[in-house]
Ligand binder design. Sequence first.
Ligand SMILES: [Zn+2]
Length: 495
Amino acid sequence: MPKILIVECMQEISSFNPLPSEYENFNVTRDNGLFVQRGLNTAIGGALAVFEARANVSVVPTYGARAGSAGLLSARGWRRLSQELLDAVAARRDGIDAVYASLHGAMGAEGELDPEGYLLTNIREMVGPGVPIVISLDLHGILTERMVRQVDGLVIYHTYPHVDFADTGRRAAQLLLAILDRGLKPVITRVVIPALVRGDELITKSGCYGDLIREAQHLERSGAALAAGIMIGNPFTDVPELCSQVLLVTAREDDVMKREAVRLAQSFWAQRHRMQGKLIPLARAVEQAKFMTGPLIFTDAADATSSGATGDSNAVLRALRDGGYRGRALAQIVDPVAAAAAHEAGVGATITVRLGGCHDKRRFQPMEVTATVESLSRGRARLETMRIGLDAGPTAVLTFDNLTVVVMSRSVSLFDRAMYYASGLDPKTFDLIVVKSPHTEYHMYEQWAEKNFNVDAPGATSANLPSLGHTVCARPAFPLDAEAVFEPHPVVFRR
Ligand SMILES: [Zn+2]
């Protein structure tokens, strides 16, 4: 009876967010706690469905850790997290026949810019060279050479926005079982592309990236490859091996597949200009908005908390005020000090606070406002899409001039309308709505809006990639460096 050890460690960080994340950001589960994911749309959930359908497989759960997107993990947090995870694996490694690790790939910690590589190296040392290890990764992950050298196979998300979490786990589990059943020694072919990408063309349903993914899926489904995918990295995770890359896993070294990997990489490179954020300068958007009836959406991808930004940007609020916009505008901001002041003062009170710039002090200057406290809450909500609970801490709705602002104590995902609804606000009743997200779902906003402006504001997750100030990642890289060129070199890894 094969014993399969499972482990999970997932976080995506933005190196440009100055607020470090901590161990406490992680939701940690131990041992049988991982079985809570049975039936859920997570990679572990999908993998469990495959493993547990086989009577002769025994699953050995060890440790799971998941955190929302945020800043670089502190050295202290990383020490504790990695130690706990590796201790949990060490405690249950005896007699293990295989390992499945569900990873994101875009972690980063103070003093360790390749956390996943560190974990996999240590797990490999513990289980020995003969035990197959298969991993699953977010397409925004950064697969490093250290990682790829430890694994026998890997499987990558095929959708953005991501909906195929469980499907990815299923595919990883099937690959691992195929390795065990058929004694496969898979070969991983990798082509690195020195390009960072962003913007609407990455939406797999409609964008050109999706066309390339469908070709990779075809290779996988036809059986030509055991697994195929195109990782784009997270452009905000400024680590040495940040890049885009084509990955094909095959049963043996295969020249046809090697050429396919190169062809996909060349096609990706050829479309790199299309796969960039199309942004309008903020002041120009405000000028246009003044003469439009609305409702208008200002999508602020630069302060997208779901991508790892601080959420404390007041750049759009300031531009609306300074630009003389007169319509009724609705926005959200993370500012624990202003939220506390509102809770202290109570509903109906008038308070003067310095709004914004509490975390990212380099990018945002606090903005003094005298506001009315309209309502107060504990900041609890549930994401419209994934039904995951949000906890923004003490939250207040402040109004000043023509602006209504939901002020939260903690950063939570703001890509849907959950926090607006939970604060008793219907975006449809405003003239202009700010959405801190890389994209908005059509039915949530665009469907009833006159126009959606993708504004070019400062922030730790700006789609204006050259504005971020990368200092660590390999250069030259498009679009950071005009001289970046692509010469495809397929590299084959086998264990
Ligand atoms: Zn992702």
